[in-house]
Design a protein. Structure first.
Length: 78
């Protein structure tokens, strides 16, 4: 099964080797037929520690690295 890849914005880099990424998704409300935006935060592994707050990144599923970390940074976007 392929691993999921999500895009989001880094909202916190205070932890060592961990960043928190906010991922936004949009969907059509089933009854109102209106576009709705929802966000979710993911803890992602950043081995180098080079990622800073505000940067757009891609995260990919991985095996569990800690209690909350199930994602890792794949690439940084401009």
């Amino acid at each position: 099964m392929p691993k999921r890849i999500l895009q989001g914005v880094v909202v916190s880099d205070k932890q060592e080797k961990t960043v928190i990424v906010r991922v936004e998704r949009t969907f059509l409300h089933p009854l109102l037929r209106k576009t709705v935006r929802r966000t979710k935060k993911y803890h992602a592994h950043d081995e180098s520690g080079a990622i800073k707050v505000g940067e757009r990144v891609q995260i990919q599923e991985c095996s569990p690295k800690s209690k909350l970390k199930r994602w890792e940074i794949v690439s940084e976007q401009a």
